[in-house]
Write a protein that binds this ligand. Structure first.
Ligand code: GLN
Length: 199
């Protein structure tokens, strides 16, 4: 059983914890650098990326997070967590930093300018069982992915059809939407398999 940490500075930590436990992981919360050494993978939750960034600096865990990711620790981020795992952000606040790791540009609050939250069908390559009923809350969209990253998930229907909303690069995974809020554990199961080295 892999041990997966949930970065517990801010955000929907409890929902990710439940989703991971239902997906066969042992779960611990992570706030301090030393706690990073105890996990096989890390989830960066949804929440507010500017707050998460400031708290990560205050807890002196931003650089350790970068080092662990650079040395291959698997990580999954939803929404604000997607922003945290992006190498580049548009519409961040002044000086906003991310952990980085995924060669992509995300636009913060991109959908939110049109409407704060909505649901849409999302197809994710390599995930069986049909489209996700995905929940978006002031979500980022992915403007572009670099050579090393793969656009895995797209909005399937409606005016936002075709927008990239899930990306994978090696052991790193990010979604604009919040599978931790809908009881659909397929993304968390994919991540647990990635941590085990089976996906
Ligand atoms: N808009 C938030 C941010 O910039 C993300 C919202 C969310 O995680 N639901 O971090």
């Amino acid at each position: 059983t892999p041990t997966i940490g949930v970065l517990a500075l801010q955000g929907d930590v409890r929902e990710h914890t439940h989703a991971l436990e239902r997906s066969g992981a042992r779960v611990v919360t992570v706030r301090r650098p030393t706690e990073l050494d105890t996990v096989d993978g890390l989830v960066v939750p949804g929440g507010e990326s500017t707050t998460m960034w400031k708290l990560a600096e205050a807890f002196e865990v931003l650089e350790p997070l970068r080092k662990h990711i650079a040395s291959g620790m698997p990580a999954y981020g939803s929404c604000a967590g997607m922003i945290m795992l992006a190498d580049r952000i548009e519409d961040g606040v002044q000086g906003q930093k991310t952990i980085g790791g995924i060669d992509m540009t995300v636009r913060r609050n991109a959908f939110g300018r049109q409407v704060d939250s909505f649901e849409a069908g999302v197809t994710v390559t390599g995930v069986d069982g049909g489209p996700f009923d995905a929940v978006f809350i002031r979500a980022p969209w992915v403007e572009s992915v670099g050579a090393g990253a793969h656009a895995l998930g797209h909005v399937a229907t409606g005016e936002r059809a075709g927008r990239i909303v899930a990306v994978r690069q090696g052991a790193l995974l990010a979604t604009s939407f919040h599978p931790e809020l809908t009881g659909d554990t397929r993304i968390h199961r994919l991540f647990v398999d990635m941590v085990k080295g089976h996906a």
